[in-house]
Design a protein around this ligand. Structure first.
Ligand SMILES: [Zn+2]
Length: 451
């Protein structure tokens, strides 16, 4: 049973899919006017791990994340560079997708873009107007929050409180200070024709439309960073309530933010660590362990110590995997390890990992469980006599756990020639012919064979 914390009810709940053994999940993506920093990469890595865990549990997973490719910031950057907005947006979509692969994320089911969803967005805004949930003022369209039942339900704010706390700006066309923009008439930047006037959509509408367009109804999980909970996600829910009489997803999940040694990370403060740079520097294994070492709902503070810890853990894990794989190949000629787990001790080892992940995706405990598996691997490798069946099963458990956390890697099998060399070296050692053993060892090292 998978349990997760539902931000909509503020409770730990049992996960019940809409369709048996299927997961539909949507996570709000980036506005593409720049690369992603480590704070933005937390939901990327975390929800990829969630998708991997569901897949491991036998689910067919459809994980969608969008690109907001039209926005004031994109237009501003395009004007500064004297290019079309699409030059900016395509540049960063390409770069962000590269970062996703560098972070070893599974390919998403779809990455919809706003500019490719425009007819559906316009149609949706019209639907909100027809249903009385939106109004037109001077070619701009606003959502009327008083028409949405339970407005603010996700962030737990009452509409009266929100209205009292909201700033009313002069020349505001809104009927209510909490109303938000669905369509705006624009002078600058790219615009699209619509029944309300030539312009472009506000930010809060695209996700609702994309979800409905791709999944045709309610989904299982909607995720994103905690900073999106209000107003973005509350506004998404408000629109879906009026348009479709649903709250988009059965489960809402929000990850905590990452600060930089106690300070908020932001481009305006100039203290940004780019995900791309850091992953290229330390590798995806340590990077993902660094993110997953902290349970996702907790805030995370980025400091050198967490990189040091993640690097040390990763080295332990990867070394253990390599030694066991080599031992299996050298002693039994096996390079394919996927086998059924029958050994009771190993079943329990895998269960410890599974239970950690099923407990609201407690990745920190899952890493601890993985390190227990690593301990067993080290014992098995040190054992003089290879227990073949046990070692094959152990390798399978290790591989599955590493795959779920996204820190799996391929090991190339040794060639026959190299294998022969290693066997000669081992033989010389056991014959206590140390001069010969040293000779072989030197060749092995020179050839860069890692044992
Ligand atoms: Zn969204």
């Amino acid at each position: 049973m998978i349990k997760l914390y539902n931000s909509l009810t503020n409770k730990i709940e049992e996960f019940k899919p809409i369709k048996e053994n299927e997961l539909s999940m949507y996570v709000c993506g980036s506005t593409v006017y720049d690369d992603i920093h480590i704070g933005n990469s937390r939901p990327v890595v975390f929800f990829d791990t969630v998708a991997r865990f569901f897949q491991y549990m036998g689910y067919k997973v459809r994980f969608v994340s969008n690109f907001t490719d039209i926005d004031d910031k994109i237009i501003k950057k395009a004007n500064q560079e004297g290019v079309d907005e699409s030059v900016i947006s395509e540049r960063y979509i390409k770069s962000i997708k590269e970062t996703y692969s560098l972070l070893h994320c599974l390919p998403h089911y779809k990455n919809p873009k706003v500019t490719e969803t425009m007819p559906q967005i316009i149609e949706f805004i019209q639907l909100l107007i027809d249903k009385g949930g939106a109004y037109i003022e001077d070619h701009d369209v606003y959502f009327d929050v008083s028409k949405a039942q339970d407005y603010g339900i996700l962030s737990g704010q009452s509409i009266d409180k929100l209205i009292n706390g909201a700033r009313i700006e002069e020349n505001d066309k809104k009927h209510n200070p909490c109303d938000f923009n669905l369509w705006k008439e624009t002078e600058v930047g790219k615009k699209w024709d619509s029944p309300f006037g030539a312009g472009r959509p506000g930010w809060h509408t695209e996700c609702v439309v994309m979800i409905n367009d791709i999944f045709h109804g309610k989904i299982d999980i909607h995720g994103g960073g905690l900073d999106l909970k209000f107003p973005h996600h509350d506004n998404e829910i408000a629109q879906a309530t009026v348009a479709y009489n649903n709250k988009i997803a059965n489960y809402w999940m929000h990850n905590g933010r990452i600060d930089l040694a106690g300070e908020k990370m932001s481009k305006s403060l100039g203290n940004v660590v780019w995900a791309k740079d850091l992953v290229q520097e330390i590798g995806y294994g340590p990077y993902r362990l660094m993110i997953l070492n902290v349970p996702y709902r907790q805030p995370m503070s980025f400091r050198d110590e967490i990189i040091v810890q993640a690097k040390a853990d990763y080295e332990k894990i990867s070394k253990a995997r390599l030694s066991l794989a080599r031992k299996l190949q050298i002693e039994a000629g096996i390079i394919d390890y996927n086998t059924e787990i029958k050994n009771q001790e190993l079943i329990e080892l895998e269960n410890e990992f599974k239970e950690a992940m099923s407990d609201d995706f407690n990745t920190a405990n899952a890493i601890t469980a993985l390190l227990h598996t690593v301990k067993c691997v080290n014992l098995a490798v040190r054992n003089k006599e290879l227990d073949l069946e046990y070692s094959k099963e152990l390798m399978t458990v290790l591989d599955k756990e590493m795959w779920v956390l996204g820190i799996d890697f391929k090991i190339d099998a040794l060639s026959e020639e190299d294998l022969d060399l290693v066997r000669k070296w081992m033989q010389a050692r056991s014959d206590k012919d140390f001069a010969k053993a040293d000779e072989y060892r030197a060749i092995i090292t020179k050839k860069g064979i890692i044992i």
